[in-house]
Design a protein around this ligand. Structure first.
Ligand code: SAH
Ligand code: SF4
Length: 393
């Protein structure tokens, strides 16, 4: 045995239960450990990490044989131990307005949706952090779905790689550098509560921000939380991205119902944690997301209370017309109401854009992710059962 003695004590976190390890989603330190465990001499490990990292995240390469700056024998050794895998796209829908929605399958056969929203000056990818959600916000369709599991760092960063594949946005070696990016911004606003999957989200975002790879600045990443107060300072320290908060109500009484995590950390506690965030990250304003629900949280008095809450916090308000889903207990506020509400916020000196609903024809709107697919799945099965046929997968 001439394997390094450290091999016995090296643990490779997140190794697939069987078969080769997926390198996508490993931190640099984990990648180093994995390479050493597979026989890479320790002295070379740092350099190999850099080379492999660049192939995966900068060039979008998926097979070891294309890693032409590595010796052939070493490439073969890597192929024996490792794979470079991202979630598989099982459905791709393109809206009239250019919005793209991908249904991707992850280990265990679970599926999550990823949405790409092109705009004139940017392209935003909305990614998920969990399958389902442990929380039960009463206006959110994800909240009605069972929590299945946390996504791994590879599955989180893999959603970005899926979109770059589809957009054809991996650079071609030797080609002139093109600064305009189709995929320029990330929002963690898909399924799940990112701060209840903190480590995996952090590691995935570290990979996304790494200058030798996907290389998106921390100011182009927005993490949306329902208000997991103890994790907010940690987000500032360990990720440093922009923050959005699902605020949605101006009294504890209403917020307890809409965003039940409020019973654990109420508005006052949440505002305290938020007010420290911009200073900690030396960054811009916090986005207060506010879903406009008819007769529940959309009065003038609510708008005035919201302004009071924002006092002293660098903030902007993003008004989201409630997206109705089948069986939802609420209705969307009227356009007039939304504009009147926006005007009060604006007059108080805060930006208050109304989020336009994109990709409506492909059910890509906020809070609707996955729902259409689940319904489609169910009805196909039901149809098969009625016809006495085995359900096709
Ligand atoms: N769990 C995190 C991130 C995912 S939700 C959070 O709650 O912030 C992303 C955004 O979509 C949140 O602001 C959420 O409140 C909003 N949302 C959920 N369901 C919605 C619906 N039916 N209509 C409009 N916005 C919705
Ligand atoms: Fe979960 Fe966010 Fe939906 Fe609440 S709004 S149930 S935290 S995904």
């Amino acid at each position: 045995m001439n394997a390094p003695i450290t091999q016995d004590v090296v643990t490779i976190p997140r190794k697939l239960p069987e078969g080769p390890t997926n390198l996508v989603g490993l931190t640099r330190a984990e990648l180093r450990d994995a390479l050493i465990a597979a026989g890479t001499p320790e002295k070379q490990a740092k350099m190999r990490v850099g080379q492999i990292w660049q192939w995966i995240y900068q060039w979008g390469v998926r097979d070891f044989d294309s890693m032409t700056n590595l010796a052939k024998a070493y490439r073969a050794k890597l192929a024996e131990h490792f794979v470079i895998e991202i979630p598989e796209v099982v459905q791709r829908l393109v809206s009239k307005d250019g919005t793209r929605k991908y249904l991707v399958r992850i280990a265990g056969g679970h599926e999550v949706e990823v949405v790409y929203i092109p705009e004139s000056d940017r392209g935003t990818l909305c990614i998920s952090s969990q399958v389902g959600c442990t929380l039960t916000c009463s206006f959110c369709h994800t909240g009605t779905q069972k929590f299945v599991r946390n996504l791994t760092p590879g599955e989180i960063v893999g959603q970005i790689m899926v979109a770059r594949d589809d957009l054809g946005e991996w650079p071609i070696p030797g080609a002139p550098k093109d600064e305009t990016r189709l995929l320029s911004n990330i929002v963690l606003m898909g399924m799940g509560e990112p701060l209840y999957n903190f480590e995996n989200v952090r590691d995935a975002m570290k990979i996304t921000m790494d200058g030798e790879g996907i290389s998106l600045s921390r100011r182009r990443i927005t993490l949306s939380t329902s208000g997991v107060v103890p994790a907010i300072a940690r987000t500032a320290e360990e990720i440093g991205c922009l923050l959005a908060v699902s605020f949605h109500a101006t009294t504890d009484e209403v917020r307890d119902v809409l965003v039940p995590i409020n019973k654990k950390w109420n508005i006052e506690t949440l505002l305290e944690a938020l007010s420290a965030y911009p200073r900690l990250t030396n960054s811009e304003r916090i986005t207060f997301e506010y879903v406009m629900i008819d007769g529940v949280n959309d009065s003038d008095a609510d708008a005035h209370r919201l302004v009071k809450h924002l006092d002293g916090i660098p903030a902007k308000v993003n008004l989201i017309p409630f997206n109705e889903w089948p069986g939802a207990p609420y209705k969307r506020s009227s356009n007039n109401r939304i504009h009147a509400f926006a005007n009060i916020i604006y007059q108080a000196g805060y930006a208050s854009p109304i989020r336009t609903t994109r990709g409506e024809d492909i059910m890509a709107a906020c809070g609707q992710l996955k729902s259409a697919t689940e319904r489609a799945r169910k009805s196909r099965k039901e149809i098969a059962a009625e016809a006495g046929l085995p359900a096709a997968e």
